[in-house]
Design a binder for this molecule. Structure first.
Ligand code: SAM
Length: 214
């Protein structure tokens, strides 16, 4: 591993707003934030652009960015410290193990931003039935999942899974930036989103309920 990466890993562990496979906050995240505000997750957050963008827009919501890559999380954590964003934390874990880090009903909403589409491995897609079942163990029963992606495959798969599981789709935008007005929330651009936009790809957004319509 390169020296720069090693320095980032050491710094990541020393930050006040980072957790490296640390489950001590399970069921106690609100205590850590020091308030009772809702907790929203950004999964596959990379450098945490959505976590930061949403936290700036909504100071009364707590945001936790989750990814397996510590050097990417380092960027988000450092920016949050520089901007004194107290409603932000970053957790380095495989999302597959998420139920080890959050208690039942601890999470109010989930964002999945530009996840790897996993063309060959459906089960590894972060909106697959297997992952939805994991999210159900930690999220409130009326929680929403937000997906933003450039991938047609991931977008179609997400909609097909929502239909197969009888999940209510609240918003479905096949091309975010052709809308007459783009909301502040959807105008947040991640590192990968900027790359894909530069290559002329269209950005899709879906917001749907995590639990089936009763
Ligand atoms: C294409 S990048 C997107 C990063 C960021 N959301 C963005 O748009 O710039 C996908 C991210 O998902 C993370 N990832 C993929 N599968 C994961 C898993 N099972 N657990 C944790 N992180 C995962 C990768 O480490 C990577 O940072």
């Amino acid at each position: 591993m390169g020296k720069a990466k090693l320095i980032k890993f050491a710094e990541f562990d020393s930050f006040s707003n980072t957790f490296n496979a640390d489950c001590t906050n399970k069921g106690k995240w609100n205590q850590w934030f020091g308030n009772n505000n809702p907790i929203v997750l950004e999964l596959a957050c990379g450098k945490g652009d959505y976590t930061l963008g949403l936290a700036r827009l909504h100071p009364h919501i707590n945001y936790i960015g989750i990814d397996i890559k510590g050097n990417r999380l380092w960027r988000g954590a450092k920016t949050a410290i520089e901007e004194n964003l107290c409603n932000v934390a970053f957790l380095r874990i495989p999302i597959d193990n998420i139920q080890q880090y959050f208690e039942t009903d601890e999470v109010s909403e989930i964002w999945i931003t530009f996840p790897d589409p996993q063309p060959q491995k459906e089960r590894k897609r972060l909106s697959s039935p297997k992952f939805l079942n994991e999210y159900r163990k930690i999220a409130t029963k009326d929680a929403f999942v937000n997906v933003k992606t450039d991938s047609d495959l991931f977008y179609e798969f997400t909609l097909e899974t929502a239909a197969a599981e009888n999940l209510e789709v609240a918003i479905n935008i096949p091309n975010v930036y052709t809308q007459a007005e783009v909301s502040d929330i959807l105008n947040i651009k991640t590192y990968y989103e900027t790359l894909w936009l530069g290559m002329g790809r269209t950005i899709k957004y879906v917001k749907y309920k995590l639990n089936p319509i009763p």
